[in-house]
Design a protein around this ligand. Structure first.
Ligand code: BJW
Length: 233
């Protein structure tokens, strides 16, 4: 195995599937029960805020009840033991990477345990519900929404991610379908800058042909194996 000095990892819902959190696009996925345009767009929130707040209140409770699995823990180990540069970017809103031991995680689609006040722009760690319209601890207004990036909104910290992709010598995508941009385009950006690209997934993603290598299997099996290879190299 080659020795890498600069790794960017992108994770998606598949890495948390074995922790009991549903993915989005599977037959039994989240979008089956909740049409995406109703719960994951600013327009859906404007139309029916109570429905959207309930959806994310439930998701928040599920995140709090879930436990990290072997894949999250392996990436925590990688962060601790890898001596090069590492950026862990997740599309997931759960905190299972952090509870699996990773201390520096970039949540490009926001976080379930964060509430964002539309009145004063403050963000607050939030473990309770939002459907009851709690007052913002900073300004007192009842104007808090989930701190989640919906379709049509700009994902967080894109400049930092693009800069890291330009420097990476290895890009690894784990448990994501490649259906949502800009994350789905990261593989091409990394490859254009000369990085090797590796996909770890249960099945081939939409952009699988862009990767130098695809390994198929569960994240809880593939990720610890791959981390062992990197740290042993
Ligand atoms: C396992 C496993 C196991 C299962 N082990 N694997 C036309 C063309 C191109 C783009 C657009 C377009 N029209 C509109 C757009 C842009 C739009 C977009 O991409 N739309 C697509 C539908 C085409 N994107 C946006 O609007 C984004 N913003 C944006 O583009 O801003 C402008 C911009 C310009 C320039 C630069 C940068 C930005 C915002 C996207 C927001 C996405 N939000 C959501 C919901 C919020 C979070 C939440 O509620 O949790 O984020 S959508 C949803 O999809 C969620 C996820 O993070 C995201 C990705 O899903 P993911 O993680 O891939 O899950 P699944 O279910 O799809 O796949 C799971 C995978 O796991 C599968 O592959 C399984 O095989 C695998 N798996 N078990 C390993 N055990």
């Amino acid at each position: 195995m080659a020795v890498y000095r600069n790794i960017v990892i992108l994770t998606g819902a598949g890495i948390s599937a074995e922790s009991g959190l549903r993915t989005f696009r599977a037959d039994d996925g989240l979008w089956e029960d909740h049409p995406v345009e109703e719960v994951a767009t600013p327009e859906g929130f404007a139309r029916d805020p109570d429905l959207v707040q309930r959806f994310y209140d439930e998701r928040r409770a599920q995140v709090l009840a879930a436990e990290p699995n072997a894949a999250h823990r392996a990436l925590g180990r990688l962060e601790r033991e890898f001596t090069g540069e590492l950026l862990l970017v997740t599309q997931n809103i759960d905190d299972l990477h952090e509870r699996g031991g990773a201390s520096s995680v970039l949540h490009m689609h926001g976080e379930a345990l964060s509430a964002w006040c539309r009145a004063c722009d403050a963000r607050h760690l939030w473990q309770g519900t939002l459907r009851d319209g709690p007052a913002c601890p900073t300004c007192g207004e009842a104007a808090m929404r989930p701190d989640i990036v919906w379709f049509g909104e700009m994902p967080y910290q894109m400049e930092r991610i693009f800069a890291a992709l330009a420097e990476a010598d290895l890009f690894v995508s784990i448990g994501t379908s490649g259906a949502v941009y800009p994350a789905a385009g990261f593989v091409q950006q990394a490859a254009d800058h000369g990085a090797r690209t590796l996909e770890l997934n249960l099945e081939r993603s939409a952009g699988s042909h862009w990767f130098d290598e695809t390994r198929l299997g569960t994240a809880s099996t593939l990720v610890p194996q791959w981390v062992g290879e990197v740290l042993g190299a």
